[in-house]
Design a protein around this ligand. Structure first.
Ligand SMILES: *Cc1c(COP(=O)(O)O)cnc(C)c1O
Length: 392
């Protein structure tokens, strides 16, 4: 099998697994217990918090563990909205956010908040001017993703954050796709809140973190015990946070080398696909793009059929985004960058990882060219268009 769906999830790193194993067995303590078992768990959690903080230039007291990226995103939006509702009820986000942000915004609308969804350009970039013009006196929060999960666009977060701060507005970024692949320095960026998720950087699933700058007012999302400085109840997932810390430290130590390797595979793939397959669209930018992401729309055929054919031949990719696959709605991101609905339906995302090889890339291109060709031969749309010579 050739796994090219690292934006959906990554395999657990073996070293990370080994670091986690004792906390599933002999070191099973509850980090809140007073006895020796508890203390052992608590010190592992303290160490994990320090390591994660170190990787993003935060203080340990600014790291809050969650059950993943989705919870961190929900908490950032709902927690800030509830804590600041007397100041204002307007929130700004973009049209290409992950569903964790989008659905949270939709829910906040039903609770009396107003949300502006910013347009992006044809490569997925949010501009500072667009943001500047959208800020109102009652705006309390701006949430723009660090890097897009479908088309890889890396947003100018530092610039956008400065625009929000000029008007005294808090700034959150969903950095789930970026963490482990790109350098993240919360102090340099200036962000007030930032979400990350462990399983996107070779850590375990079901654990993530929200960075909350000291001094930012936020309501709880999960009520319960005194965990996470009384801001997020629930017994700490000790093996999870230990694994997340190990995975992030490892990813950060190899960040340049991994980005260089993975982007070389991606670039090789993109140029081979562009030279071997006609009537395609490469979605997203060629600069300021996640090193591992390639998104192509293949005209006249369905993404789902390509995906199925690839899977039969041992290649795992994704149609658009994992989170919108299974639904018939075209991806919000592709609509926002102006891809026509028909073309959007023929979209496949390939996301590379540190274990992929050049041989796998070449093999995938060969299989893909073959399958696209075969599916197009069966497509009535393709035949019509070919006769009229209306190539787009
Ligand atoms: C995967 C992802 C999430 C959700 O994270 P989970 O830990 O899977 O809940 C949120 N935002 C982006 C951009 C993602 O890629």
């Amino acid at each position: 099998m050739i796994y090219l769906d690292h934006a959906a999830t990554t395999p657990l790193d073996k070293e990370v697994l080994n670091e986690m194993l004792p906390f599933f067995s002999e070191d099973f303590g509850n980090a809140n217990s007073q006895h020796t078992y508890g203390q052992k768990a608590a010190s592992a959690v303290i160490k994990a918090r320090e390591e994660i903080a170190g990787c993003i230039n935060a203080k340990p007291s600014e790291i809050y563990f969650t059950s993943g990226g989705t919870e961190a995103d929900n908490w950032a939006l709902k927690g800030v909205a509830l804590a600041h509702k007397d100041k204002g009820r307007h929130i700004i986000t973009s049209k290409i956010e992950h569903s964790a942000i989008y659905a949270s915004c939709k829910q906040l609308e039903t609770l009396g908040f107003e949300v502006t969804y910013l347009d992006v350009d044809s490569e997925g970039f949010v501009s500072s001017d667009t943001l500047k013009n959208a800020i109102k006196d009652d705006t309390i929060l701006v949430s723009i993703m660090f890097a897009n999960n479908e088309i890889g666009t890396i947003e100018p977060i530092k610039e956008l954050c400065a625009v929000a701060h000029e008007r005294g507005v808090l700034f959150h970024t969903d950095a789930v796709q970026a963490a482990g692949s790109l350098k993240l320095d919360v102090k340099d960026l200036g962000v007030d809140l930032m979400s990350i998720s462990s399983h996107k950087f070779y850590g375990p699933k079901g654990v993530g973190a929200l960075y909350i700058r000291n001094g930012v007012k936020i309501e709880k999302l999960i009520s319960g015990g005194e965990q996470e400085r009384s801001k997020r109840g629930g017994t700490t997932n000790v093996p999870g946070v230990v694994g997340m810390a190990k995975a992030l430290v490892k990813a950060c130590a190899q960040i340049d080398e991994n980005a260089k390797y993975v982007s070389s595979l991606r670039d090789r793939f993109v140029s081979a696909v562009e030279s071997k397959i006609e009537m395609i669209k490469y979605n997203g930018p060629r600069h300021d793009r996640l090193p591992n992401n390639a998104s192509f729309s293949f005209r006249f055929i369905e993404g789902e059929s390509i995906l199925f054919s690839l899977d039969l031949r041992g290649v795992c990719a994704s149609s658009g985004s994992a989170c919108s696959s299974g639904s018939l709605e075209p991806s919000r991101t592709l609509m926002a960058i102006g891809v026509p609905v028909g073309t959007a339906h023929g979209t496949i995302r390939f996301s590379f990882g540190k274990h992929n090889t050049v041989e796998e890339v070449d093999k995938t291109v060969e299989i893909l060219a073959d399958e696209v060709n075969r599916l197009r031969q069966m497509s009535p749309l393709f035949k019509q268009d070919k006769e009229k010579k209306e190539y787009v």
